[in-house]
Design a protein around this ligand. Structure first.
Ligand SMILES: NC(=O)c1ccc[n+]([C@@H]2O[C@H](COP(=O)([O-])OP(=O)(O)OC[C@H]3O[C@@H](n4cnc5c(N)ncnc54)[C@H](O)[C@@H]3O)[C@@H](O)[C@H]2O)c1
Length: 255
């Protein structure tokens, strides 16, 4: 993908910055979009000439159109990574928090993808990778807005893949588990909680942002040329362990 453009949203964040760096490592020039101007400026000093930055709210169609028009050419890769979480039980969650989470995670993915894909199709196509979550695979306590948004991202990924398959655009998603970066930094700042979260993962550790970026770049590559409409869970086995805590009586066990 030498010299092709990739757009990475939420690129100032913990996972997005590593995806941006990895995309540059794979030969892309990266347009980093985020609402965090300070974070983008820091990223630009770190990643240099292969990176351009734009302050863009992914849920704002006009702002996304403007940033898309400023790109020198249609991108070959779009990574919808911008995301937010607001915790709270559904009975108490404000509509403002619900709207913020759905507006960024789900509407933002829709707006950015379709705006850029309109340009990608006449330019020969490309790939889209959406960042979902294990919280889109199964519900979690106090995460109702987030789980709904990420389940929506997984379904939207299938819809995009279906609609754009014959236009030369593949669309897949990555569903990270407990990643030791970005929005998990706050909860991991308590060493006891961090250790217990790590112990809950079958492989015995939380993921790194690089674990997510590696799968994003694989799905974007020609090695995944026959893969579209899939959500790849990157969670060290966390979701598969959902039934592990159920007690069994001794006669149930073999051997
Ligand atoms: N860290 C984890 O454990 C984890 C697990 C599963 C999924 N994820 C997902 O990974 C993605 C990246 O999360 P992260 O952990 O790096 O968090 P993060 O908070 O470090 O990064 C998110 C970035 O998105 C940006 N952003 C927020 N709203 C935006 C908007 N409206 N427009 C443009 N940019 C916006 C933020 O400024 C931030 O830079 C998110 O989609 C998140 O839901 C993270």
């Amino acid at each position: 993908m030498s010299g092709s453009w990739a757009v990475v949203t939420g690129a100032a964040g913990g996972i997005g910055s590593v995806i941006a760096r990895s995309a540059i490592g794979a030969g892309y020039r990266v347009a980093a979009w985020d609402i965090d101007a300070e974070g983008l400026a820091y990223l630009a000093t770190e990643l240099g000439d292969a990176l351009t930055t734009a302050v863009v709210d992914v849920g704002d169609q006009a702002a996304v159109e403007e940033a898309a028009a400023a790109l020198p050419e249609a991108p070959r890769l779009v990574v919808n990574n911008a995301g937010v979480v607001r915790f709270g039980p559904l009975l108490d969650l404000t509509v403002a928090d619900w709207t913020t989470v759905l507006g960024t995670n789900l509407t933002g993915t829709f707006v950015v993808a379709r705006t850029l894909v309109r340009r990608m199709i006449p330019a020969g196509g490309g790939t889209v990778v959406n960042i979902a979550s294990v919280n889109g695979v199964t519900a979690a306590v106090d995460a109702g807005a987030y789980t709904s948004s990420k389940a929506g991202v997984a379904r939207l990924t299938e819809q995009m893949a279906l609609e754009w398959a014959d236009r030369g655009v593949r669309v897949n998603a990555v569903a990270p588990g407990l990643i030791d970066a970005g929005m998990s930094n706050a909860v991991n700042s308590d060493p006891d909680v961090r250790e217990r979260r790590s112990a809950a993962v079958p492989v015995g550790r939380q993921g790194a942002a690089q674990d997510v970026a590696d799968v994003v770049l694989f799905l974007a590559s020609d090695r995944a040329a026959y893969v579209t409409g899939q959500t790849v869970t990157v969670d060290g086995g966390l979701v598969r362990a959902a039934l592990s805590g159920i007690p069994r009586s001794a006669p149930d066990r073999c051997g």
